[in-house]
Design a protein around this ligand. Sequence first.
Ligand SMILES: Nc1nc2c(ncn2[C@@H]2O[C@H](COP(=O)(O)OP(=O)(O)OP(=O)(O)O)[C@@H](O)[C@H]2O)c(=O)[nH]1
Length: 306
Amino acid sequence: MKKINVYLINGFLGSGKTTTLLKCMEYFKGKNKKYAIILNELGETNIERHLFHDESLYELLNGCVCCSIKDDLRTTLDDLTETLYKENIEVVLLEGTGVANPSEIMETFNEKAYREVFHIAESICLIDSLHFIEYTSVFSSSKEVRQLQKEQIENGTMLVLNKIDQLSSKQAIEKVEKRIRKINADAPLIHSKYGNGVTEFLEKKQINSNKEHSISFHHHHHHHIKAIKLVQTTAMTKRDLRDFLKNNQDKLLRAKGTIKNSEDQLWYHFQYASGLLEWQKVSENVPNRKGEIIIIGEKLPKEVSI
Ligand SMILES: Nc1nc2c(ncn2[C@@H]2O[C@H](COP(=O)(O)OP(=O)(O)OP(=O)(O)O)[C@@H](O)[C@H]2O)c(=O)[nH]1
């Protein structure tokens, strides 16, 4: 039986994984290939669920805990295997958490039971061009963060230097590339803005070969990045949130969520990555909606309130 092609989308927090996943979904839709999505989210709820309508969606919600992800993934893959053929699913798109080591995921797919069904077609590693140097510098990042990024890049079969629009000079791009190449000298590398170019690469590759390639895993443990989920119980203004993020910027790597703004009583999704905060008005109406904020960082206190 023909194996199901799996596309892993990894990369550090805020590097553009979801943006790229959405582009991949469009691509496979255009090819009339049915896909299932596996989201490996931090925190207990998937904040980005609203981006995925009517899709075959599976969620791994405890992804940040080293190793427990394997059990979660096995359960998901067992469920998925049952429905794959019934629903004619040909492709699986899996987005890792920004802080998971992709080798855990690859190792699970490589177990005998799953190897017979699935084939990892590509392990796409997104890199945030603007912050990569900072995130891998001994002066501005922790050992855990550096190690994690190294593992993600080592395990990529395709490297995507994303957010290239944020780098102003050729020299800056070369510096990032040089550092990436020290970690992974062989995988093809593309420059990208908002995940553009990834599907074109996949298309070209598919035309050139249908051969299976073997992927080796590089695996280390131990990182102390954690996610905290906050439920919004009291009214909040956009400014409250902005102040909170600003005051905690040294500890925060990423935040996202949905909140009700007490000024106009409207709901907003927000994204905070690399120090930048973006808002998007919520269009869909969900009865009894609750505000939710996921913050991800190092050295976060046990309890946080905004
Ligand atoms: N300027 C710029 N912004 C980008 C680019 N790609 C993505 N973004 C923005 O960066 C933010 C994070 O992008 P996501 O696609 O959510 O990143 P992610 O890797 O899925 O984030 P996590 O799931 O938290 O790890 C969003 O606000 C995107 O719109 C890019 O190429 N350039």
